[in-house]
Design a protein around this ligand. Structure first.
Ligand SMILES: Cc1ncc(C[n+]2csc(CCOP(=O)(O)OP(=O)(O)O)c2C)c(N)n1
Ligand SMILES: [Mg+2]
Length: 646
């Protein structure tokens, strides 16, 4: 077997192994996959690196204490458990954290992470709930562009993960999900938290519909191949989660060598392009008089080229709600958000009869991202450019589908456009399109009155540094933020300054997501905008931000209600039921956790905050914002689609 792991990594792994606290193999236990489970652990042996009864230092491979010799050290340097191999692969691809909650069956992975942490490799970050761990991994992946990794023990640990994994699946975020199982030979016997489907629950079956690769590893010899299969599948054809269920004895097995493959350069979305359709696109663009570009969530990485295309074409652009963070809301050709909680100016741009071509780039054409599958978008002026086949299936009425890596497609188109020089937007056109129509733009509160969410969003955007990452939760927050947040001239960035979750939209995503984002990048301030309901569901993860000394500002829109549902019920004339929440003082809650908090009742309270200092301090802060409960978030699209208003 070819060993690609570099010398430094191996040395560090070995140092970790020498310090390791772990059980060691009994000489007569047969295959590598059935040793050292609960039965053998009863006669807990001396630890590796400690002295045995005869005073000799123990080596890892084999039960018999031996005197440490040079050649034995060499042999030991090749020893690693399956968990160490897994962690070595994570290190190879630049992953720094494994988010999760420990437990009996996942312990060997934590042992490996302990060894790794000691030598400065990937380390565990312990969430308070496994869903929070998956949200953190999601936040980490969005910030770094690397895979997010989360883990859980068997049974309830695995089931707790599912919401976060499903969310990442729907939002096309690559995650490696590791769950545990009891030892192989105990499966089917009712072992504690057994979840292999042998008369009990079946973790692999549960993850089937929210992963791109999903398997149980039933022998340690499968580990490397299954792991590399999984990691590669996390990026292709569309990024998303992959899951491996690993029994405790398999995770503890001794491996013959370190990583065989070098994956670092392979973990990329595919870089293929359909040349014929690109040529057709070039022909269409050459003829088009006026073009509107709809920027979708797939445009993060190639946003520089998307904006260059807009500028060279003299086009105008609108964004889907989940792409607002990629662009500067102050760009002169920007006409607002098209979709949930969007802007009338964006709709007007799409309505314009003189527009010959609508270029929708990297968007899934879902409910929120297509303005409820609006005819304004879904007609024969549409050219849909995407690397994801599933997205393209949603636009069969398009004049043209351009399949392939968005970056490559745009590079080819721009090659021609660069030769032609800039197409100028006519002055009248510029004037016509200068302003985005923001509903109820600057309606702030009268002195002392309850603070308005619109005002809060506007001020938060203005007063935070331009490199701030905003993670916005499901509930009224997302509607307010899509419409009102952010007035800076942000530089385009791949992860985006504002991040939301579309489609699956679980409450509390932004809380764990903010923690993962802040861990991924300590150089930027992170703001989590969430609701009181979401906080009561997931707020425990704020303590992880405290433990890790992360600069995260948790802004809680406190309306003592499941506000979006409350307003939805009112808008459709449904029964007013199930929406009241108890009044909670989140400043006190935060302080009970050791996190400083402020209650904000009015615009004046907000203005008196030293936001710069709060966003710079190495630790979280909570703002309990008592927003005006009667303000109705811009959620008309949702109500329409639910069908109640026709
Ligand atoms: C896990 C989960 N459960 C239920 C919902 C349905 N839901 C969407 S918004 C919302 C209310 C959120 O309340 P809160 O966090 O207080 O935000 P608000 O709308 O009041 O600002 C609910 C229950 C959901 N999206 N996710
Ligand atoms: Mg609320």
């Amino acid at each position: 077997m070819r060993l690609i792991i570099n010398r430094n990594t191996l040395d560090r792994l070995n140092t970790g192994m020498k310090n390791a606290e772990q059980e060691y193999r009994q000489p007569d236990t047969g295959t590598a996959s059935d040793y050292c489970d609960a039965a053998t652990a009863r006669n807990r042996p001396p630890k590796i690196g400690q002295r045995g009864r005869d005073g000799a230092i123990l080596k890892l491979d084999g039960c018999v204490p031996i005197k440490r010799q040079e050649k034995d050290l060499e042999a030991e340097s090749q020893s690693m458990e399956a968990g160490d191999l897994l962690v070595a692969y994570l290190e190879q691809i630049g992953v720094e954290f494994v988010f999760g909650v420990p437990g009996g069956a996942i312990e060997p992975l934590y042992n490996a992470l302990a060894r790794s942490a000691r030598r400065g490799g990937p380390r565990p970050v312990v969430a308070r709930h496994e869903t929070g761990a998956a949200f953190m991994a999601d936040g980490y992946a969005r910030e770094t562009g690397r895979i997010g990794v989360c883990c859980a023990t068997s049974g309830p640990g695995a089931t707790n993960l599912i919401t976060g994994v499903a969310c990442a699946y729907e939002n096309e975020i690559p995650l490696l999900v590791i769950t545990a199982q009891p030892s192989l030979h105990l499966l089917g016997r009712g072992a504690m938290q057994e979840s292999a489907g042998m008369g009990g629950i079946d973790t692999v079956a549960m993850f089937r519909t929210c992963t791109h690769y999903n398997a149980m590893i039933s022998h340690s010899d499968q580990l490397e191949r299954q792991l590399t299969n999984a990691l590669l599948s996390a990026y292709r054809p569309t990024p998303g989660p992959v899951h491996l269920s690993i029994p405790v004895d398999v995770m503890r097995s001794l491996m013959k060598s370190g990583p065989t493959f070098n994956l670092a350069h392979l973990l990329q979305p595919p870089f293929a392009v359909d040349d014929a359709s690109v040529r057709e696109l070039q022909a269409q663009l050459a003829q088009a008089q006026r073009v509107v570009v709809l920027i979708g969530s797939g445009c993060g990485e190639p946003i520089d080229l998307v904006i260059e295309l807009v500028e060279r074409m003299g086009a105008v652009f609108v964004v889907t709600p989940d792409a607002k963070g990629f662009i500067s809301p102050r760009h002169p050709s920007y006409l607002g958000v098209f979709g949930f909680a969007g802007h009338a100016s964006a709709t007007e741009a799409m309505k314009d009869k003189s527009v010959g071509l609508i270029l929708a780039i990297g968007t899934d054409i879902g409910e929120f991202t297509s303005n409820g599958w609006s005819d304004l978008l879904l007609n024969d002026r549409l050219v849909h450019i995407d690397s994801c086949e599933a997205h393209l299936t949603r636009s069969p009425m398009a004049r043209l589908h351009v399949r392939g890596s968005i970056r490559l497609v745009l590079e080819r188109v721009l090659r021609t456009l660069r030769r032609e020089g800039m197409r100028e937007i006519a002055a009248g056109e510029k004037r016509r399109f200068r302003k985005i129509s923001v509903d109820d733009p600057f309606r702030s509160a009268s002195p002392g009155a309850s603070i308005k969410p619109q005002y809060l969003m506007r001020e938060l955007g203005w007063r935070s540094p331009p490199d701030t990452r905003f993670l916005v939760d499901t509930g009224s927050s997302i509607a307010w933020a899509i419409h009102h947040l952010g007035m800076h001239d942000h530089r385009p960035s791949a992860g985006g300054w504002m991040r939301v979750t579309m489609n699956f939209a679980p409450m509390g995503w932004a809380i764990g997501g903010a923690v993962g984002t802040a861990l991924a990048n300590r150089a930027v301030p992170v703001v989590c905008i969430t609701g009181d309901g979401s906080l009561l569901m997931n707020g425990q993860e704020m303590t992880v931000a405290l433990a890790e000394k992360l600069s995260v500002l948790f802004v809680i829109l406190n309306d003592s209600a499941l506000g979006m549902v409350k307003h939805g019920q009112r808008l459709v004339g449904a029964e007013q039921i199930g929406v009241d929440l108890p009044p909670v003082d989140f400043r006190l809650l935060a302080e009970s956790m050791g996190i400083p908090g402020h209650v904000i009742r009015s615009a004046e309270d907000f203005e008196s905050l030293d936001l710069d200092a709060i966003l710079r301090r190495p630790g979280p802060t909570v703002l309990d914002v008592r927003v005006d409960k009667e303000e109705v978030p811009p959620m008309g699209l949702r109500i329409k689609i639910l069908g109640a208003l026709g």
